[in-house]
Design a protein around this ligand. Structure first.
Ligand SMILES: NC(=O)c1ccc[n+]([C@@H]2O[C@H](COP(=O)([O-])OP(=O)(O)OC[C@H]3O[C@@H](n4cnc5c(N)ncnc54)[C@H](O)[C@@H]3O)[C@@H](O)[C@H]2O)c1
Length: 306
């Protein structure tokens, strides 16, 4: 298949590109390199440096006639979205629409979209949250992800383009970006490796659902199949608090860093954990990498990069 992966130079996108190339697909990376890195890019993929909001997107789709659009490029920092909601919307909503219009006009057969199970549901009422949980995002970033989901429903109804929406929990692993939703893993790892003392915000008992990036890649492979369509959570159903992350990393890195606590982040969501029952039932996807094992692999990567 000929697949365009937007954000393919970034953390999650680059791992997906690696897997698609290994499966023999013809892969094009589209990225503006705002946070993506050339060293993340698989040499078997072609690289196009372009912004997803560019007018030239349509010409590209016209020339290349992609089978699949896998859309991972985004303004992905929740705090940036709070400080500058217009910028967030211009990249995440208008950029998405620019791609979907090009896809519609140029014969794309399927769209895969990286949504966010950590933000579209807002403060959860059920733990773990299923896909049917009320959607009340509490940040412009979460709103922009949900807006893309609505647009994709519209493109399916109106133009018959099927889509798979993957609502990721908090993704961590090699190449991860410290500004992402699982940024705490990268931040603590880098500080501990540098012999510095990371600060735990508040009481450190705020929880998230951490998924290792290779499991996310498997979900993106499933998403290529003709039979898969709709919205699916990609989570472990396990909650991990910040203190537990700190203790694991301190132990793996072999340091004796003291547990330092700082002020709580105002408005920070207390608990987030999502169910994977739907994708497990229909497609057999389940997380396979334990949190400890995933952290060990992440530390190995950051240590080698030092
Ligand atoms: N990391 C997580 O925990 C997490 C959780 C839920 C959803 N997501 C989503 O997954 C996707 C990938 O996130 P990531 O963690 O790999 O982040 P990342 O920053 O590593 O990757 C994003 C990529 O998109 C590129 N990009 C940004 N704006 C662009 C633009 N306007 N035009 C072209 N390219 C642009 C960046 O250069 C980067 O390579 C994003 O859509 C993000 O919202 C991530």
């Amino acid at each position: 298949m000929k697949i365009i992966v937007t954000g393919g130079a970034g953390f999650i996108g680059s791992h997906i590109v690696d897997a698609y190339c290994a499966l023999g697909h013809d892969v094009v990376i589209l990225d503006n390199f705002s946070s993506g890195k050339i060293e993340n890019c698989n040499p078997k993929a072609r690289i196009i440096t372009m912004d997803i909001t560019a007018e030239a997107i349509n010409d590209l789709f016209e020339k290349e006639r992609f089978d699949v659009l896998n859309h991972h490029a985004a303004q992905m920092d929740v705090r940036v979205s709070v400080n500058d909601p217009q910028f967030d919307a211009s990249t995440n909503i208008l950029g998405g629409l620019n791609l979907y219009e090009a896809a519609k006009k140029n014969g794309v057969k399927k769209i895969i979209f990286a949504s966010s199970g950590g933000t579209v549901y807002g403060e959860q009422q059920e733990f773990p949250a299923s896909e049917d949980h009320p959607k009340q995002p509490l940040s412009p970033y979460g709103i922009s992800k949900l807006a893309n989901e609505h647009y994709l429903y519209y493109y399916k109804q109106e133009y018959g383009i099927p889509s798979v929406i993957l609502r990721y929990a908090n993704i961590y692993g090699p190449r991860q970006n410290p500004h992402g939703e699982a940024g705490v893993v990268a931040i603590f790892t880098n500080k501990l490796l540098a012999g510095q003392e990371p600060v735990i915000n508040g009481d450190g008992l705020q929880t998230r659902d951490y998924v290792f990036v290779s499991d996310v890649v498997q979900a993106n492979i499933h998403a290529l199949s003709d039979t898969m369509e709709g919205a699916f959570n990609i989570g472990t159903e396990k909650e991990t608090d910040v203190v537990t992350i700190f203790r694991h990393l301190n132990d793996i890195i072999g340091g004796n860093s003291p547990e330092k606590y700082g002020a709580a982040k105002p408005g920070e969501q207390r608990r987030s954990v999502i169910s994977h029952k739907k994708i497990k039932q229909h497609y057999g996807w389940m997380p396979t990498v334990s949190f400890r094992e995933g952290l060990e692999k992440t530390v190995e990567f950051f240590r080698a990069r030092l």
